[in-house]
Ligand binder design. Structure first.
Ligand SMILES: [Zn+2]
Ligand SMILES: [Zn+2]
Ligand SMILES: [Zn+2]
Ligand SMILES: [Zn+2]
Ligand SMILES: [Zn+2]
Length: 360
């Protein structure tokens, strides 16, 4: 763990190594601020247990499945790797009901045709060729309107030529050029499906009269049992503390330069107390055991680094990161310096604009 003295010494030799000797030793610890970062992930294994009735159509061997009495009490060792998904199917003791189906042979009588193999079909059906649903322009298909009142001329009423062009003699009223040529004025035609027979093959059983029994899927046998399922699903939480703040810039440098200390935040982890002190309440959600959590793997890394301001070099900020050897010092322009640079840039733009204006 870095200390104030070590940090100040590291900054001093960093500045001096760049040929900028300091007038005296660096000011004390007041120039130092300490910051902590935590990163990594926590993988939790979340377990769920459920039970339901199962039905298998046909023979099934369940003898290789583990058996339980009370699913909640069934013991399964915790996972060695919480990141690995796991699912196990079990059978409740004494719940297997393996039996022949009531159908006997896997087939049952067809309900649509009642075992007949054929179903009813209308022998005649409406003619679809009749224009405007009029089978005969004169009698309308009933043959009677042909008896017109005296004085009126026999023959079709005033129809257009196009209307009567493709019409023929009506079989009902006898008038030529008025009837639909398909049904010849009758309005109905013989059913093409049954050819007027009045029955057609049953589409459900293909005329067989029997169909496959759905309950046993035609196997003549079923197996029912109570199934328990134990599932373990990994849930990964990415950790990045502090979640936000002015440290994003320093975080990049720490990723690059610092030696992070691994920590699992377990009770026996020597880093835990330090990490808890630095992050306080924000750490609590990470330590909490989630609902149905049965195992976890914590892979975190922690670093504590110093930011040093040196009065004689106010335009720089020095970051000091721990490494496996001597601490690494990285100098960066201070915020004040960055504003100065931005100010100079703005001034240059203003001057250029003025010069342009004068020259124009
Ligand atoms: Zn059956
Ligand atoms: Zn049928
Ligand atoms: Zn017709
Ligand atoms: Zn007619
Ligand atoms: Zn028919």
């Amino acid at each position: 763990m870095l200390g104030d003295d070590e940090v100040l010494k590291a900054v001093q030799s960093h500045i001096e190594s760049r040929g900028k000797p300091l007038a005296g030793p660096l000011p004390g610890a007041s120039a130092i601020t300490w910051h902590s970062l935590l990163k990594g992930q926590i993988v939790r294994s979340i377990e769920s247990r459920s039970e339901k009735k199962r039905l298998h159509r046909g023979p099934l061997d369940l003898s290789d499945r583990p058996v339980y009495d009370t699913l909640g009490d069934h013991r399964v060792p915790p996972p060695r790797d919480p990141a690995k998904p796991y699912s196990r199917k079990l059978v409740r003791r004494g719940s297997i009901d393996d039996r022949l189906c009531a159908c006997g042979n896997g087939v049952v009588r067809c309900r649509r045709c009642e075992g007949e193999g054929t179903i009813r079909c209308a022998p005649r059906q409406r003619c679809h060729s009749c224009r405007d649903t009029t089978c005969c322009l004169l009698c309308g298909g009933d043959g009677r309107s042909a008896l017109k009142p005296a004085g009126k001329q026999a023959g079709p009423p005033a129809h257009t030529a196009a209307d009567t062009a493709d019409r023929g003699r009506c079989m009902e009223c006898g008038e030529p050029g008025v009837a639909c040529v398909t049904c010849r004025g009758r309005g109905r035609v013989t059913c093409p499906t049954c050819q007027g027979e009045g029955s057609k093959p049953c589409p459900d059983c293909a005329q067989d009269g029997t169909v496959t029994h759905t309950h046993c899927a035609g196997t003549g046998r079923t197996v029912e049992w109570t199934e328990g399922v134990i599932t373990r699903t990994p849930s990964t939480e990415e950790v990045r503390l502090p979640e936000s703040g002015p440290l994003s810039w320093a975080r990049k440098l720490a990723d690059q330069h610092a030696a992070w200390t691994p920590t699992t935040l377990a009770d026996d982890d020597p880093e835990r107390a330090r990490v808890e002190k630095d992050f306080g309440a924000t750490l609590q959600p990470l330590l909490r055991t989630h609902d149905q959590e049965i195992a976890r793997r914590t892979e975190l890394a922690y670093v504590r680094f110093a930011k040093v301001a040196v009065h004689e070099h106010a335009h720089r900020i020095y970051y000091v990161f721990p490494t496996h050897g001597r601490p690494t010092v990285v100098g960066r322009p201070s915020p004040k310096r960055l504003w100065q640079i931005a100010g100079i840039a703005a001034l240059v733009i203003v001057l250029l604009t003025l010069v342009n204006g004068l020259l124009a």
